[in-house]
Write a protein that binds this ligand. Sequence first.
Ligand code: FE
Length: 177
Amino acid sequence: MAADFAANYQVNSRYGALVLPSAGIVPEIAIGAVPDDQRVWVPQAPDVWFRPLLLNTVTGGWCNLLRVRRSGVLHRHRHPMAVIGYVIKGRWRYLEHDWIAEEGSFVYEPPGEIHTLVVPDDCAEMITFFNIGGAMIYLDESGRQTGYEDVFTKIEMCRAHYAAAGLGGAFADQFIR
Ligand code: FE
C-alpha cells in the first residue's frame, strides 16, 4: 500500500498533482435510452421514429435511437461525416449493401456513404443507436438532393413534436449541448 502510494505520488508530482474541474463545462447526460413514454419517439417518416439522446450544437451532430417497423424506409441519403451505430433490437439492412446488421452488431459508415435503410420482412421492429456527425443529405435515385437534416433541424423537429404531443417544446432542450 505504502509503495503504491509512493509510486503514484511520484507519477502525479511529475505532471503536477492538482487537476481542477473546468469552469463552464456543460452538464452531463445520463438517461435511460429506450423510453417508457412513447411520446418521446419523434416521427420521422411512416413507420420510422427517432429518440434524441444528444443534440450537439458545438460539434454539429447528434446521438439518437432510430426505430423502424417492418414497412418503414429511411430514404436514400448521404453522410458527409462518419456515422457509428449499435443495433439494440431487431435487424436491418441497406439496399446498397449485402450485409445485415443484427441485434448486437456494430456499424461504421464512412464519410461519403450513400444508403437506404430497410427492415427485412421477418423483423417487426428494429431499434439502433446512431452517433451521426454533421448532417444527412437526402437524395433521389438520380442523386439530386431532396432534403437536408442537421442538429438544428433535428432540434426543430423535436420541439414541434413534443409541443404537439403534450410534453412541451422545451422537453427537447434537455438533450441540447
Ligand atoms: Fe445513414
